[in-house]
Design a protein around this ligand. Structure first.
Ligand code: FES
Length: 97
């Protein structure tokens, strides 16, 4: 029996990364999407250095981003259609998110 096209899962979905719409493969994590569209950078350190995922399993916290207004670990979050993702930057010298 052939699957109906209406039951097919999408192969790609649209998400927003730092204010720009992007199409990403369905089922990938936010950190994978950031690797595709934002050089993998998730945040900026207190010294202004770009940070990216390190452990990939929820331990190091280097991949923390904001997803739909909530702090999330990008390596532990699967992209969903319409998701809004923001990487973080310091709001003032000496502070990072
Ligand atoms: S990469 Fe270490 S917690 Fe996500």
């Amino acid at each position: 029996m052939n699957a109906s096209p209406t039951n097919a899962s999408p192969t790609h979905i649209a998400i927003e990364l730092n204010g720009t719409q992007h199409t990403v493969p369905a089922g990938i994590t936010v950190v994978a999407a950031l690797s595709l569209w934002a050089n993998g950078v998730t945040r900026v350190s207190v010294l202004g250095e770009p940070r990216a995922a390190f452990c990939g399993m929820g331990i190091c916290q280097e991949c923390r981003v904001t997803v739909n207004g909530q702090r999330r670990l990008a390596c532990q979050t699967v992209c969903l259609p319409g998701m809004v993702v923001h990487t973080t930057t310091p709001t003032k010298p000496g502070h990072s998110a």
